[in-house]
Design a protein around this ligand. Structure first.
Ligand code: CP3
Length: 341
């Protein structure tokens, strides 16, 4: 591999400067993505390996990031498990028949991923071929709690109150569903690795909506199972947005990397996670709306705070659709120009 900075950083090896990529780096801020969006529906883009491949490579070619992340969505898993998922422009994801009762759970199954998600594995094979060793490919899946949020609430939410109520009022049912998602996700990520993914990231975007105690019972045990099943095959990165209070427990899962958001100072994150794991983050995505000189200054502050070693530069959550392309490029270029001396 020509540029394996990301994998070196995850293994704790010397990198010279930190690798850099951006969560949701293939997306609506790129005119080239918008052009394809005009022509094809969202899941059509996910399910057509040639399209998924083209979109995955866009940020590598246009922005110069040090890693590609598979273009797909965490919601392809609920879809494969038997639930209908729609992506409605301006509304986000909608699941018209969410899980509320035990009889709803009968509609949900642990599928054969080679039947239902083969298109993802085909996309990965094609991406690896097209990348031709330029940079590593990151595979991913949603964490079971975050997927339960959508499967129960049926749509996006600021609080995911109905998903929480489901866990609090029908805990047995909730844990059954979480286990089904976990079993599906392990098979799915193993399939991604078999197809060529060099590392995988688990997105627990709504982990931080849970109290520390609830996170430990509802989210962490399932993330732990997934990491345990994958960590001998590839390095695993956990990104549980807002769940800074559980960094120590997440580090203890055997993951190689921990994503953090901008609400925790780098020094505190390092103290909680310990020295034996790679941190990834944590630039506030909205800060990419600042003038470029401000971006450069703030990125340098971030890099100095994390220091070089066991660190991957990234945003603290996904890039926003209204970020100018040259601002995204300034973020990446500033990391590439930084030197710790
Ligand atoms: O990082 C990447 O570039 C890889 C692609 C990727 C997408 N979604 C593409 C996408 C990844 C890793 C995801 C993960 C994802 N999807 C998460 C976890 C990460 C996070 O951002 O918190 C979540 C919660 C989802 C669910 C989801 N998918 C939502 C809430 C939405 C609509 C709102 C939004 O941000 O666009 C999507 C749609 C989606 N997934 C788009 C893309 C590029 C936008 C689709 C479009 O309008 O073209």
């Amino acid at each position: 591999m020509k540029n394996d900075l990301l994998l070196k950083a995850l293994r704790g090896e010397e990198t010279g400067r930190p690798p850099v990529w951006m969560m949701r780096q293939a997306g609506r801020y790129l005119p080239e993505y918008m052009a394809l969006r005009e022509q094809y529906g969202f899941f059509e883009r996910c399910q057509t390996p040639e399209l998924a491949c083209e979109i995955t490579l866009q940020p590598v070619n246009i922005i110069g990031v040090d890693a590609a992340i598979l273009f797909s969505d965490i919601l392809v898993v609920p879809q494969a498990m038997g639930l209908e998922v729609q992506l409605i422009e301006s509304k986000g994801p909608v699941l018209p028949a969410p899980v509320k009762t035990r009889s709803d759970l009968q509609r949900v199954r642990v599928p054969d991923v080679n039947e239902t998600l083969q298109y993802v594995f085909d996309a990965i094979s094609l991406i690896k071929k097209e990348l031709n060793g330029r940079v590593p490919l990151i595979g991913f899946a949603g964490a079971p709690w975050t997927l339960l949020c959508y499967m129960v609430q049926g749509k996006g939410s600021k609080t995911f109150d109905e998903a929480k109520a489901f866990c609090y009022t029908q805990p047995d049912l909730a844990h059954e569903l979480l286990q089904m998602i976990t079993d599906t996700t392990i098979a799915y990520l193993k399939g991604q690795v078999a197809a060529g993914a060099d590392t995988v990231q688990i997105f627990d975007s709504w982990g931080g909506l849970l109290s520390p105690e609830d996170f430990k019972s509802i989210s962490l045990p399932y993330i732990q199972q997934i990491v345990g099943a994958l960590k001998e095959d590839v390095p695993v990165i956990i990104f549980a947005k807002g769940a800074w209070y559980a960094l120590e427990e997440m580090a203890a899962t055997g993951a190689s990397g921990l994503g953090i958001d901008w609400c925790i100072p780098p020094a505190l994150a390092r103290k909680m996670a310990g020295s034996n794991i790679t941190l990834q983050g944590n630039f506030d995505p909205a800060k990419l709306l600042s003038p470029i000189p401000v971006i450069k200054k703030e990125v340098n502050n971030m890099l100095n705070a994390f220091g070089n070693g066991r660190y991957i530069a990234n945003l603290g959550h996904g890039i926003l659709p209204n970020v100018p392309v040259d601002h995204a490029r300034a973020f990446v270029d500033t990391v590439k120009e930084w030197s710790s001396s």
